[in-house]
Each structure stands twice: as structure tokens, then as C-alpha cells.
Unconditional design. Structure first.
Length: 263
């Protein structure tokens, strides 16, 4: 049974093209909408096509969903070594404004989905966009202190530039100094303070070694004043990518139900 349409979308930021896919429910003239923020050095499809599946499930519930690639990622123009945190936030704001101006979208009912680094980007974008109704995050990054400490230690070892560059690679791709400087300075705790009235879902794998569980503790502390609007779900034996079919199913179902409830 056909329930959605998918169309390619191209928009620009700083004269560079960003490529995305917009999912729309059929037989619906006016719908709430979600923008999806992918992880670092990832793309709009996601591991195990998870973003595609989440988008399709949300469309079944009457949502319009926009998946897109940050500049320097996926199909979008730019290079990853040119990427910055602020640039990813800017890309997200352009995507949000695109939906806000879409005549088939209810501009008062827009949400954000973010995974890992994209979770932090989603929060930073939400703090700059006045109309976010709800947020759902998968294994979101709270800070980059572990990376910063490792980087500072490596600087003391007088390693070659090649060795230092290896540290700055994600999925084999080199990230530039500007990115790491902004990442180390990122203050998600302060950002969450601006979002205490916005519902927040946080799913995290108990065995996540990329963004360990102490990040969850930091999120709990930062959301302590918004407990009634926050739901933390830990996935038993879940890793950073929610690799098991059970964890994937749980994450998708919980995310869909959350947006149905809060938008």
C-alpha cells in the first residue's frame, strides 16, 4: 500500500548545494514535520538505513520528514575537512526554515531528530530556532572532553603530523582544526538550559563505547528541571549504532510514538 511520496530536494548554504530527501504523507494537505540530523561523517541514510526507516514510519503517522546531508557529507557539496560545528548548525537552520515556509507543513508543529554528533547539532539549532515543538535524540554527544584530553596528551608526545592527523580522522576522513576547536568549546549544558520547556526523548545503548553512558548522566543533570518533559530510555546491551534488530525496533517505535505524543 502506497502511503508516502519521496522527492529529492536541493537547497544552498554559503553558495554550496545541500542534497536531501523529503518524505510526504499521501492524502494529507497539512502536516507536522521533522528535520533529521545525521552523525559525524555520516549521511542522510544512516547505518542500517535507520533514518530511512524512521522517516517512513513517521510518514505513516502523518508527518513530513526531511533527511539531508551536511555540507562535506554524503551527496552535499563541500569537503569534510572544511566542516565546523557552527556550519552544521547553520545547515540545520536552513532545513528548518525550508519546512517552516513549506505551504503543506504546519509551521507550529516542527520537531528535530538527531543522532550522536547530530544530536548535539539538533540541540544547538533548536536553541536558535523559536518554533521547535519536540526533540528526539539517539546516543547524543554531550561534550568532547575525552577527545580533547587525548588531543592534548598527543601534543606533548611530539608526534609527526601524520600521526596527529590520524587522530583527527573520522571514518577515514580528515576533519580540520576549526571543527575540533568548536567541538571542544561546545557547551550543551548551557544549550539545554534554553530548551527546558521543549519535550526531549533520549535513547542510548548501555554498551555504547563511542558516546559512553556518562554522557547520559550529564544529560540527566542538565534536564533535572524538565523531568516531566524528558524521557530517558536505555537499550540493554545496545551499542552506539543500535546494531541489534531488537534495539533498532525499540528505538524506531519509541521515536515515532514520542513525536506522535509531543507534536
Amino acid at each position: 500500500m502506497q502511503y508516502e511520496s519521496r522527492e529529492p530536494l536541493v537547497f544552498t548554504n554559503n553558495s554550496q548545494k545541500l542534497f536531501g530527501i523529503i518524505h510526504r504523507p499521501l492524502n494529507t494537505q497539512f502536516s507536522p514535520a521533522i528535520v533529521m540530523c545525521h552523525g559525524l561523517a555520516g549521511n542522510k541514510i544512516g547505518r542500517y538505513r535507520s533514518y530511512v526507516t524512521v522517516a517512513s514510519e513517521l510518514v505513516k503517522k502523518g508527518f513530513t520528514v526531511l533527511r539531508f546531508d551536511y555540507r562535506g557529507s554524503g551527496d552535499s557539496e563541500g569537503e569534510l575537512h572544511e566542516m565546523t560545528v557552527s556550519g552544521a548548525v547553520s545547515d540545520t537552520l536552513i532545513a528548518l526554515n525550508y519546512l517552516k515556509q513549506d505551504p503543506f507543513v504546519d509551521s507550529d508543529r516542527i520537531g528535530l531528530f538527531g543522532r550522536s554528533f547530530g544530536g548535539a547539532v539538533a540541540l544547538l539549532a533548536a536553541s536558535k530556532f523559536s518554533d521547535i515543538k519536540s526533540i528526539a535524540l539517539w546516543a547524543p554527544l554531550f561534550h568532547a572532553k575525552e577527545w580533547e584530553e587525548k588531543w592534548n596528551h598527543m601534543q606533548t608526545l611530539q608526534l609527526s603530523q601524520d600521526k596527529l592527523d590520524e587522530f583527527k580522522r573520522i571514518n577515514g576522513q580528515l576533519l580540520g582544526k576549526a571543527f575540533w576547536t568548536e567541538l571542544f568549546a561546545m557547551d550543551i549544558g548551557k544549550t539545554l538550559g534554553k530548551l527546558e520547556k521543549i519535550p526531549l526523548l533520549h535513547l542510548h545503548g548501555e554498551k555504547d563505547t563511542v558516546v559512553p553512558l556518562h554522557h547520559v548522566t550529564k544529560y540527566r543533570e542538565a534536564r533535572s528541571q524538565a523531568r516531566g518533559l524528558t524521557n530517558f530510555i536505555l537499550l540493554p546491551s545496545g551499542d552506539h549504532d543500535f546494531s541489534s534488530a531488537i534495539n533498532q525496533k525499540t528505538a524506531i517505535e519509541q521515536t515515532t510514538a514520542w513525536f506522535e505524543k509531543t507534536i
